[in-house]
Design a protein around this ligand. Structure first.
Ligand code: A2P
Length: 317
């Protein structure tokens, strides 16, 4: 499988398994199946609440000789209640313990949003801290310490705008090597793709398939269903592939890594096999034409009345 290069020549498989929304009861089997199929890249996060089950699946797969630790690329993320230099290492150690690992291949700041520790799920203004009071640059010092201690081989961020990346680059001793953001045919992120290419920052696409299994509270009324898009359906039918495979190939061909979530063996296999699909420039352009510039995960859950975060300052748009 195609890989993306990181400092020290570490290679990340361009397609990984997403685990957001994978239920505790399903994720263990899904990860074991995925590793047997050849997946070597797992995308995790403390807040997904399923790291222990994933750790169990990884540890058993290593013991069974399915995979070695060195062949695996495991990512996890710092939750919003652990911003601040001194909170990073303890949070990372908790994820390592859950995942039964000695190091992560990649550790990411999950959101440019800080909760007052130990608040787990902030819903009122007083439970948030602004980025003026809890600067990202301070949290980044803890991320850099994680690299220096060998607990994370690479560090990066999620949900960062160009403006926030620019600020961070000015305050970094170790550069962020990746930004994980929503990216799919309805939200194509052209400017961010170009900026990241120019600044040697990899992009990773979450919600590549539109995340239709999000909880109802995170869905807008009457939102469009990406996998039902007429243009994508026609093109996929012509190519005798699924719409999901078409989307995953399109993202990959833009040089962006991608982490489709599935707990279903057929869909896991289908998604994995998308790495062999090649699209012509005409097909790439047809997919480009369906852009709606519309986020599925718009971050509005952080925009509480009188709080420090708004949709505008979250995305800098
Ligand atoms: P399931 O886990 O039952 O396969 P995203 O990666 O954008 O968050 O999307 C995840 C959603 O897409 C889940 O509901 C997942 O369901 C579904 N899904 C994953 N792979 C495919 C596929 N190849 N075709 C259709 N739906 C898929």
């Amino acid at each position: 499988m195609q890989t993306l290069s990181f400092p020290n020549n570490r290679q990340m498989p361009i397609l990984g398994l997403g685990t957001w929304k994978s239920d505790k009861g399903e994720v263990y089997t899904a990860v074991k199946e995925a590793l047997k199929m050849g997946y070597r890249h797992l995308d995790c996060a403390f807040i997904y609440g399923n790291e222990k089950e994933i750790g169990q699946a990884i540890s058993e797969s290593i013991a069974e000789g399915v995979v070695t630790r060195e062949e695996l690329w495991v990512t996890s993320k710092l939750w919003n209640n652990s911003h601040g230099k001194d909170n990073v290492i303890p949070a990372l150690q908790k994820s390592l313990e859950n995942l039964q690992l000695d190091y992560l291949d990649l550790y990411l700041i999950h959101w440019p949003v800080a909760f007052k520790p130990p608040v787990f799920s902030a819903m009122r203004a007083q439970q948030f801290t602004s980025l003026a009071d809890q600067p990202i640059a301070d949290t980044w010092l803890g991320m850099e310490e994680a690299v220096e201690k060998g607990l994370a081989h690479n560090i990066g961020v999620c949900n960062f705008s160009i403006k926030k990346l620019d600020d961070l680059l000015q305050h970094s001793k170790i550069m962020p090597s990746l930004n994980q953001v929503e990216l799919n045919p309805y939200f194509q992120q052209d400017a961010l793709v170009e900026y990241c290419q120019q600044n040697n920052i990899h992009l990773m696409a979450y919600s590549p398939l539109g995340s239709s299994d999000r909880p109802a509270g995170l869905k807008a009324k009457d939102e469009p269903v990406l996998l039902d898009d007429a243009v994508l359906k026609d093109l996929a039918a012509q190519k005798k592939i699924s719409v999901a495979q078409l989307i995953l190939a399109w993202i990959r061909q833009r040089g962006v890594s991608v982490i489709p979530k599935s707990v279903n063996p057929d869909r896991l296999k289908q998604n994995f096999e998308s790495v062999n699909i090649i699209l012509s420039s005409e097909e790439m352009n047809m997919i480009k034409s369906v852009n709606k510039n519309r986020r599925y995960v718009d971050g509005s859950f952080f925009a509480v009345p009188d709080g420090p975060y708004t949709i505008e300052n979250l995305w800098d748009e």
